[in-house]
Design a protein around this ligand. Structure first.
Ligand code: BGC
Length: 462
C-alpha cells in the first residue's frame, strides 16, 4: 500500500475536534471541582444546613466519583470509550439540573453523587481515550490539554461563583454547568470509537478506518494497527492478569502509587480550602479571599500551559522531579512563614507568593503528567483494570485529603500541617527518581513490551 501524502488540514482539524471533545470532559470535571466552594455558603444559608451536612454536600461528589471510576472500567471496556463518555455526559446534564432544582439537602446530596458518577466516568475515560487516539508524537500534549481544560473548568467555576455571589443565586451557580454538559453530549455523538478498543473487540476494519482518519498516512495507520494486533496477542485481562502476572501487578501498583502521590502533594487542600488558607495567611476580608481564590485558579490554569508545551520535549520524569521540588519549597516556606507569624503585609504577600508557587509546581507536572503516566504504563489487556485502580485511588485519596485538612490544622497546628505536605513532597521526589519511567516519544506497545519482559519500572520507556 502506498503512503498517502499527509491529508493536511482536514485530518489535522479532525484530530483537534476529537481531542477537544475528550478534553471537554476535563472542563466539566473542573467545573464540578470548583463550583462548590463558592456555592456552599449561600446554599447552606438558604437550606439552613449544619456544618456536618455541608461536609456531606462536598464529599458526596468524591464518593460518587470513586464509584464512577470503579464502574467506568467495566463500562468503557464493554460499551467502548465513546459510549462511556456519552453516559458521563448524560449524568453531567442530569446531575447539574437536579442540583439546581434540589428542594432539600438530601436531594442535593443525591444530585452530587450523580455528578460524582459523571466526574468519575469522565476522569477515567477521557484520558484513556486521548491516550489511545492521539499520535504518539503529541500524546503528552493531548493529555496535558485535558488537564488544561480541567483547570480552566476550576477557574471558570471560581469566576462564575464570584460573579453570581452578588445575587447569591447558588442554584444558578450549580445549574449553568448543564450547558457545557449538553455541548459535550452532542459533540461526543460525532466522535469515532477508539481504534484500540475496536481492535480489542476484533473490529479491525473499523479500527483501520478510524486510524486512517487520525494518522498522516495510510501506511502509518496500518503500521499502528499491526502494533496493536501484536499487543493483543496476550489473551488475558484485568483481574486474572493481575493475579497471574507480576509484571502487570507492578504497573498497577505504580499507577496507584502515582495517584496517591498526586493527591498527597496537598493540591486539593488549596483547591477546596483556598479562602481558608488566605484567612490563615492574614487576609480576613471575604472579598480578598474570593478574588485570591480566583487568582489561584488562574495561576493553576496558566501554569498548565508549561506542561502542554514541555511534556513531549523535556520529558515526564525531569518535569515531575522539578514539580515536586517546587511544591516542597512552596509548602515548606509557607509553613515557616506561618510559624514566624504573618503580621506584616510583606510576610502576608510572601506567603501568598509561596502558595502560588506551589500551584505552579503542581500544575506544571504533577497534575497532568500523573494522569498521563497512569494511562501510558498499563498494558492493553489490563489497561481498563489498571486505570480503574489508579483513578479510583485518585478519588479515594482526594476524599482523604479533603476530609483531613481541617482536622490536621486543629491537631498539628497551621505551620506543621504545611511542613507535613512539604515532607511528603520530598519523599515523592525520591520515589520519582527511583521508580518512574520516562515515556516520552515511545509507543504504548513499546512500553508494554518492556514491562511484560520484566524490565525495571523506571526503564520501561527506554
Ligand atoms: C487532580 C485534581 C485536582 C486538579 C487541580 C488534577 O490533576 O487530579 O485532584 O483538583 O488537578 O488542577
Amino acid at each position: 500500500m502506498s503512503a498517502q501524502p499527509f491529508s493536511g488540514k482536514k485530518n489535522q482539524s479532525f484530530i483537534w475536534f476529537v481531542c477537544f471533545m475528550a478534553a471537554l470532559c476535563g472542563l466539566l470535571f473542573g467545573l464540578d471541582i470548583g463550583v462548590i466552594a463558592g456555592a456552599l455558603p449561600f446554599l447552606s444559608k438558604d437550606l439552613n444546613i449544619s456544618n456536618h451536612a455541608q461536609e456531606w454536600v462536598v464529599s458526596s461528589m468524591m464518593f460518587g466519583a470513586a464509584i464512577g471510576a470503579l464502574g467506568a472500567g467495566w463500562l468503557s471496556s464493554h460499551l467502548g470509550r465513546k459510549k462511556s463518555m456519552l453516559a458521563g455526559a448524560t449524568l453531567f446534564v442530569i446531575g447539574s439540573l437536579w442540583s439546581a432544582f434540589s428542594p432539600s439537602v438530601e436531594s442535593l446530596i443525591g444530585a452530587r453523587v450523580i455528578l460524582g458518577l459523571a466526574v468519575g466516568i469522565a476522569s477515567y475515560t477521557a484520558p484513556l481515550y486521548l491516550a489511545e487516539i492521539a499520535p504518539e508524537r503529541v500524546r503528552g500534549s493531548m493529555i496535558s490539554m485535558y488537564q488544561l481544560m480541567l483547570t480552566t473548568g476550576i477557574l471558570v467555576a471560581y469566576l462564575s461563583d464570584t460573579a453570581l455571589s452578588y445575587s447569591g443565586s447558588w442554584r444558578w451557580m450549580l445549574g449553568v454547568i448543564a450547558f457545557p454538559a449538553l455541548i459535550l453530549f452532542v459533540g461526543v455523538l460525532f466522535l469515532p470509537n477508539s481504534p484500540r478498543w475496536l481492535a480489542a473487540h476484533g473490529r479491525f476494519n473499523e479500527a483501520q478506518r478510524v486510524l486512517a482518519r487520525l494518522r498522516s498516512s495510510d501506511e502509518q495507520a496500518k503500521q499502528e494497527l499491526d502494533e496493536i494486533r501484536e499487543s493483543l496477542q496476550v489473551k488475558q485481562h484485568g483481574w486474572s492478569l493481575f493475579k497471574s502476572n507480576s509484571n502487570f501487578r507492578r504497573a498497577v501498583w505504580l499507577g496507584i502509587l502515582l495517584q496517591v502521590m498526586q493527591q498527597f502533594t496537598g493540591m486539593n487542600v488549596v483547591m477546596y480550602y483556598a479562602p481558608k488558607i488566605f484567612s490563615i495567611a492574614g487576609f480576613s476580608n471575604t472579598h480578598e479571599q474570593m478574588w485570591g481564590t480566583v487568582i489561584v485558579g488562574a495561576v493553576n490554569m496558566l501554569s498548565t500551559l508549561i506542561a502542554v508545551g514541555l511534556v513531549d520535549r523535556w520529558g515526564r520524569k525531569p518535569m515531575l522531579v522539578t514539580s515536586f521540588l517546587i511544591m516542597t519549597v512552596g509548602m515548606g516556606v509557607l509553613g515557616t512563614l506561618l510559624h514566624m507569624g504573618v503580621e506584616t503585609p510583606f510576610r502576608q504577600y510572601f506567603a501568598i507568593a509561596m502558595l502560588l508557587m506551589f500551584i505552579v509546581g503542581f500544575a506544571m507536572a504533577a497534575g497532568p503528567v500523573i494522569w498521563l503516566l497512569c494511562s501510558e504504563i498499563q498494558p492493553l489487556k489490563g489497561r481498563d483494570f489498571g486505570i480503574t485502580a489508579s483513578t479510583t485511588t485518585n478519588w479515594v485519596a482526594n476524599m482523604v485529603v479533603g476530609a483531613t485538612f481541617l482536622t490536621l490544622l486543629d491537631t498539628l497546628g497551621n505551620a506543621p500541617t504545611f511542613w507535613l505536605y512539604a515532607a511528603l513532597n520530598v519523599v515523592f521526589i525520591l520515589i520519582t527518581i527511583w521508580l518512574v519511567p520516562e515515556t516520552r516519544h515511545v509507543t504504548l506497545e513499546h512500553i508494554e513490551r518492556n514491562l511484560m519482559q520484566g524490565k525495571a519500572l523506571r526503564d520501561i520507556g527506554s
